[in-house]
Ligand binder design. Structure first.
Ligand code: UDP
Ligand code: MG
Length: 318
């Protein structure tokens, strides 16, 4: 389905202590937007929306100055630091009221902004979601690359469906964003949720650059937190592993029971050994099994409380 052209694009950029990069970022993004407008790829109503995630430096003052100087710049100020994922969601939900399509990107422009053209082109071809995927991580350190790629693999193994090497650089149509609003969970991991929405999607690959100024706002601690949230919010598989281990140990305990009894009747054991060893194995196994079963139910309750939409209708013929 081809779309009409010249629609409204919003860029949503979460910013946490980004005073070093904002002047340059705003300049580059404005040039990009103007070039898109000149080629009539996007409407003149298109905007660049910065979301200030409770910065402690001059980030918000800079955003206010930008807005005063040119209405293409807009700002959303969060009441405090809510974290990257929540800041992004806040921005997306605000922008979708005015935009036909929204692209989310980081303030440091590590993600190549020249592929925005391709994002928009794919949107006009009918895509509701377009994922930006890193083709290479040559500028990342070995450590970052190893942990990040391991993370995508682990999540997929645990049953979450994430797009490999895709961070939060993506285009979403107003339609997809309206559906995203139906996911009520508090423990939010956008990279896992967005693929659940479905619809026609596509991928655009790009090379990731280094940060041109300032330093990463994602230290080790936040990265591990994001990974833990990603896994536990998408899957209850870890609980199942506990249950399986319990079942396995319980099975071993039955084997041990038979073995000990045989030894007992053969007279090879000292007094008390049989009962002791059997109870250690049987109780340990039973306990793990029981915890696992309780965990299964807690897992179900956990998923229920999220009140996720059970389905999304793409089209009705009538
Ligand atoms: N960010 C945010 N809130 C936070 C931490 C980060 O809004 O609590 C923003 C940050 O300003 C940047 C984006 O999230 O626009 C990605 O952060 P960064 O570039 O530092 O992460 P990295 O690229 O090192 O993984
Ligand atoms: Mg970055």
């Amino acid at each position: 389905m081809e779309r009409e052209r010249n629609q409204i694009l919003y860029l949503v950029i979460p910013c946490y202590n980004e005073q070093e990069v904002l002047p340059e970022t705003s300049k580059r993004l404005k040039e990009k937007m103007e070039s898109l407008m000149e080629r009539e790829m996007i409407s003149r109503e298109s905007k660049i929306m910065f979301v200030n995630d409770g910065s402690k430096d001059r980030t918000w003052e800079l955003i206010e100055e930008l807005h005063a100087g040119d209405p293409i710049f807009q700002g959303v100020k969060l009441s405090r630091n809510c974290g990257h994922q929540n800041a992004l969601l806040g921005g997306l939900m605000t922008a979708k009221e005015y935009a036909d399509m929204v692209i989310s990107l980081d303030a440091d422009l590590q993600d190549d902004i020249d592929v925005i053209d391709q994002f928009v082109e794919k949107y006009y071809e009918g895509c509701e979601i377009v994922y930006g995927v890193r083709s290479a991580r040559t500028t990342d350190t070995f450590f970052k690359r190893f942990t990040a790629e391991g993370f995508y693999k682990l999540i997929n193994f645990m049953g979450g469906e994430v797009v490999f090497n895709h961070a939060d650089y993506r285009l979403m149509s107003k339609r997809a964003l309206d559906e995203l609003q139906g996911y009520k969970e508090v423990n939010l991991f956008l990279r896992g949720i967005v693929p659940m929405i479905g619809f026609q999607t596509d991928v655009v690959t790009y090379e990731r650059h280094e940060r041109f100024a300032g330093e990463s706002k994602y230290p080790m601690k936040k990265m591990l937190g994001l990974a833990a949230d990603g896994i536990t919010s998408l899957s209850t598989k870890p609980i199942r592993f506990i249950m399986l281990t319990g079942a396995l140990i319980f099975f071993c305990s039955i084997v041990m029971l038979i073995y000990s009894l045989v030894q007992h009747f053969l007279g090879n054991t000292s007094v008390g050994w049989t009962s002791l060893i059997v109870s250690i194995w049987a109780l340990g196994g039973l306990q793990l099994l029981a915890i696992g079963i309780i965990g299964e139910y807690i897992g179900k309750i956990y998923l229920e409380t999220k009140e996720r939409p059970k389905y999304i209708i793409e089209k009705v013929l009538r």
